[in-house]
Design a protein around this ligand. Structure first.
Ligand code: HT7
Ligand code: ZN
Length: 855
């Protein structure tokens, strides 16, 4: 496949100010007629032909200025049409069969409804167009379909007319006043019902809000609607951004490649990010809905009103919007817990990406298939970069910067450079060196050491940075790294205030005055920079921080570092003291000030995957064994406290308030410890929780414990769960996932049989992720030394690639980390990749990921 490079960007030769589309919709035969008002760019050559992208479509008719034309050619799917004037009207007709579109890009069928996904390059599968984000057009769309089968016809913008046609058909005319790139186009046709509500903007404009779902799902849309209204208000208050149409539609679909899509005025969502009630959704699901609804809504400004010039600028909209949705969720709930969660995600998904063969900067230099670049780096590291700007600038100046960015680029297709320049100009700050974050792949490693001179009462923080050279070569390695720091009194944990240390050279020292005693260093508080900290802190100092640090993230981090240090030492066979961990846990459990949700966070051991990421050579079995031993020891040592805590978090009536959620969380964590304490009643206890549960958080917590056990309660509970929820696809996904995450030795076999279960299908990405995605996260079973886990994923990728390349390609990074594993596993993983690479006719998506992983 061809490589597309950022440096090769050229402005478009033709602009299309107006687009008219006419859809004669049907599941098997849809006719699309387009009328494009094409204008030659002043900078384009006079004989430059019009090139309109197409993918897997061919025109049934082409007209220019009303005259039929046959002098067009198809070049690698694109329509090339010679034109000699400065402006023309081009009409094209295309026929599609949405029912056979298994890629879920372009126009496709999902449960008898028709919907679209155009980002990044799906519009070209609907009709021929300049399918690039820097060509913005005003769209007028007419949709016509059978009224009984498709009573609801939705598109971007405002509905301007509707009527009935012949033969039971009806039509709707839509007009979107805001010029937009083709990737933001959307339509939906189906038999849907709406949760209808309204919102009044702060300037007094009424907005009609609809969440469209299938009949029967309506009473599960309340949480999403609340999240939408909260987001609209928050964006007005926090960024001064108002909604700009009279209508905002959301549609939930079951077959969707990603989480959701921010199409102008018509967001389309994976149903898992819309539908929830306590019986079917966990607290984490509720949070996911709030975050994704907000994210898509916020795109209306950061993405739609100001869009991206080209796909290399993807983080311009995605990084900024993730930062915005993270801040929103922090404001809606607990900022501390949200930060811990965000960092967990960053470390689980982005750090490994940065350390592997697919590493890329947040503004990549090249790609073969842009769908492969919807990554944790673009999204989550991109958000961290924006967060660092906020830290450097301060809230007020940051807001001045974003105000200027929105004003300056409203209605334009902008670049990351435009964003940084606006932040500089609006916020009055120099971000020259900070820009290095945009072109530097890899996670910086920062060493931090503290020295103390009792004579002068000075404490010196010695910092240095280096970056692992992986993937694309960094152009510059000196980053601006903002480190929130405090020096804690070694007796009381008190400090004189937080300081922001800016590490902007390879090495830098900061001398701080007024410390009679050697203080304890608390650095990168709040995870102010996305780095790996290498400090020479002793276990005693970490234990001190884990008991005293007043920054919740730093306290959490101290516990994690303490446990990580212990576990990695054990795996390597280095002698290490366990008592210090047990004392730290005792202190945490004895701290009456800690709220239950935070206590639950502090008690969770670092994940096996995270522990592996800290090691030069990963042995998943050894990591698993040591982690289980420590868990068992903590469980046995503190069994009484866990039992007491478990009982004390007995839930009352279900509520989504913070206290009730904290109790559910702590209850599940303590149940996990009780099960690990080798007590005889573990299965019984979990089973009882399962039976008595009136909410999915408790049910899932119980099943997660049971899933690992050899007990008849396990079979009874899983069978019961299946019988209860088999008609709810989102809950059935949980049934598949929970089994795929089981630590039982027969898990690989079980996955194999689940892949032949009547409810399993490769056609639904949620189901694929539920089974195989959960399995690849199950470190000890996916990395089973037999290599069967790797083969299973390779075979699935090969089969899925023929149907849905985008979803298939997302499984490659799991195998792509083969170099990090011990010799035997490493070789087996490589062989699985080789097997995929040897397939004829691999998609661009899978081919790019596999070849980069093997290179
Ligand atoms: N901007 C959206 C990206 C997206 C997408 C990309 C490729 C293929 C399918 C897709 N569905 C949605 C989602 C977002 O970040 O808001
Ligand atoms: Zn997004």
């Amino acid at each position: 496949p061809a490589t597309i490079r950022r440096e090769d960007y050229r402005p478009p030769a033709w602009f299309i100010p107006e687009v008219e589309l006419d859809f004669q919709l049907d599941l098997e035969r849809t006719v699309v007629r387009s009328k494009l008002d094409v204008r030659r760019s002043k900078s384009a050559k006079a004989d430059e032909p019009l090139v309109l992208q197409g993918d897997d479509i061919s025109p049934t008719s082409v007209k220019v200025d009303g005259e039929a034309r046959t002098d067009w050619t198809l070049v690698e799917g694109d329509l090339v049409l010679p034109l000699n004037g400065a402006s023309h009207s081009v009409e094209i007709e295309v026929e599609l069969d949405p029912s056979t579109n298994t890629q879920l890009m372009g126009l496709y069928a999902s449960n008898d409804m028709l919907c679209t996904q155009c980002e990044a390059e799906g519009f070209r599968r609907i009709t021929f167009a300049p399918d690039r984000p820097d060509v913005l057009s005003r769209y007028q769309v007419r949709m016509e379909a059978d009224k009984a089968k498709f009573p609801v016809l939705l598109c971007n913008g405002d509905k301007v007319a509707e009527g009935d046609g012949e033969n039971g058909r009806h039509w709707v005319q839509w007009n979107d006043p805001w010029p937009k790139p083709s990737y933001l186009f959307a339509l939906v046709a189906g038999d849907l019902v709406a949760n209808n509500d309204s919102f009044t903007t702060r300037s007094g404009k009424p907005v009609e809000l609809n969440i469209w779902v299938r009949d029967g799902d309506l009473d599960r849309t309340g949480h999403a609607m609340k999240a939408l209204k909260d987001s609209m208000r928050w964006d007005e208050e926090t960024y001064g951004r108002e909604y700009d149409l009279g209508l905002f539609n959301i549609v939930a679909v079951s077959d969707f490649n990603m989480g959701a899509m921010e199409n102008k005025g018509l967001n389309i969502f994976n149903s898992r990010y819309i539908l929830a009630d306590p019986e079917v959704a966990t607290d984490a699901d509720f949070d996911g809905i709030e975050g994704v609804v907000a994210h898509e809504y916020f795109h209306n400004w950061s993405g739609n009103r100001v869009t991206c010039r080209d796909w290399f600028q993807l983080s311009l909209k995605e990084g900024f919007t993730v930062y915005r949705d993270q801040s929103f969720s922090a404001d809606m709930g607990s900022a501390a817990l949200k930060r811990i969660e965000d960092v967990r995600i960053l470390r689980a998904a982005q750090f490994p990406e940065d350390a592997g063969p697919l590493a890329h900067p947040i503004r990549p230099e090249s790609y073969q298939e842009i769908s492969n670049f919807y990554t944790a780096t673009i999204y989550n590291k991109g958000a961290e970069v924006i967060r660092m700007m906020n830290t450097l600038m301060g809230a007020e100046s940051f807001r001045k910067g974003t105000d200027l960015y929105f004003d300056r680029h409203d209605g334009e297709a902008a670049t990351c450079e435009d964003f940084v320049t606006a932040m500089e100009d609006g916020g009055e700050i120099d971000l020259k060196q900070f820009r290095n974050w945009y072109e530097t792949p890899g996670t910086p490693r920062v060493t931090a050491n503290l020295s103390h001179d009792p004579q002068t009462g000075t404490a010196t923080v010695h910092l240095s940075q280096k970056i692992a050279q992986n993937g694309e070569k960094p152009k510059s390695s000196e980053l601006v790294i903002p480190l929130k720091t405090a020096l804690l009194d070694p007796e009381t944990g008190a400090h004189q205030g937080e300081q922001l240390l800016l590490l902007d050279q390879t090495e830098k020292s900061f001398v701080l005055e007024g410390y009679r005693d050697h203080p304890v260093l608390s650095i990168n508080r709040g995870f102010s920079a996305p780095i790996i900290l290498e400090s020479s802190q002793t276990a005693e100092q970490l234990a001190f921080l884990s008991a005293h640090d007043d920054d919740p993230f730093a306290r959490f981090e101290a516990v994690q570092r303490l446990m990580t240090g212990y576990l990695t030492a054990k795996v390597l066979g280095t002698p290490v003291d366990r008592d210090i961990i047990l004392h730290a846990v005792a202190k945490i459990l004895g701290d009456k000030e800690i709220d239950p949700a935070f206590l639950a966070e502090l008690l969770v051991l670092p994940s096996e995957a995270f522990l592996g990421d800290q090691m030069v050579e990963v042995d998943p079995q050894a990591i698993h064994d040591e982690r289980e031993k420590l868990r068992g020891k903590i469980a046995v040592q503190f069994e009484k406290q866990f039992r007491k805590l478990y009982k004390s978090c007995w839930p009352g009536e279900f509520s989504l308030d913070a206290e009730a959620r904290a109790n559910r969380k702590l209850r599940n964590v303590t149940l996990g410890y009780l099960a690990a304490s080798y007590t005889d009643d573990a299965a019984e206890l979990a089973f009882e929780q399962y039976r008595e549960a009136d909410n999915m958080t408790a049910m899932q917590g119980a099943l997660a414990v049971l899933s690992h056990l050899e007990a008849e309660e396990r079979t009874i509970a899983f069978d019961d769960f299946y019988a209860k929820f088999k008609s709810n696809p989102l809950v059935l996904d949980k049934w598949f996932s929970l089994q795929a995450m089981s630590l039982r030795p027969d898990t690989v076999k079980r996955i194999d049989s689940l892949s032949r279960h009547p409810d399993f299908t490769l056609s639904n990405p949620n189901r694929v992720r539920a089974l195989y995605g959960a399995f690849t996260g199950n470190q000890v079973r996916f990395h089973d030394l037999s290599g069967k886990g790797y083969q299973m994923i390779a075979d699935m990728v090969i089969a899925l690639d023929k149907q849905n390349p985008q979803t298939a390609a997302r499984f490659i990074p799991q195998l792509g980390r083969w170099r990090r594993y011990e010799r035997e596993r490493s070789e087996l993983m490589r062989l699985a990749l080789e097997k995929i690479a040897a397939q004829p006719e691999l998609s661009k998506d899978v081919s790019e990921q596999v070849h980069k992983s093997l290179a």
